[in-house]
Design a protein around this ligand. Sequence first.
Ligand code: AMP
Length: 213
Amino acid sequence: MRLILLGPPGVGKGTIAKALADKLSLPHISTGDMLRQAIREETSLGKKLKACVESGRLVSDEIMVSLVKERIASPDCERGFILDGFPRTLSQARSLSDIEKALRVTPSIAIYLDAPREVIINRLSGRLICSSCQRIYHAKNMPPLKSGICDSCGGKLVVREDDRENVVRERLLRYEEEAKPLLEFYKKRNILRKINFDMEPEKALEEILAFLS
Ligand code: AMP
């Protein structure tokens, strides 16, 4: 099964994608995580993209498509995958569709997670991420057992550079402009399902699993 999770930054795509990946035993492919890993490891790509990613701007379609194309051709993606953070533009959506045609697989199903903007800003303003294993926490809604320390690996919890308030507002504004054509693209193909994610993650997960089954 090939799934695409769409939705504004901070809506909770990462949380739902990880839970779905566990339930369905599929790889969770987060393009944001891939880029942050490249930045942490100071690869040549990471060095090139650091300023762009940390200021909340989009990386070029060309770079993103080639990253994703290579990743989904890996053997662990044969049974499917869960894409989180890609596609972000119409051009990326078209490229993904071309890649799927070339691989002779059925098109991915797009799930659009949405929530009111105030809920999103609140979620993002307390979000913490483990600098080592990337697990996500929230200072109020999902705190770690020990302040500042990851429950899973003991890594240090940090605030993402692009979760700072001024950057969050810029990311949300830009998302609204970009999402429309992307949603139209999947709606026209009849492979779009909208889920209001103004609820507990467990409930949203149940709703998605019921739809998929
Ligand atoms: P995310 O973790 O999905 O919010 O992504 C964090 C940042 O990585 C974004 O603000 C962009 O700078 C970059 N990024 C991730 N995925 C994409 C994509 N599909 N296209 C362009 N830039 C991306």
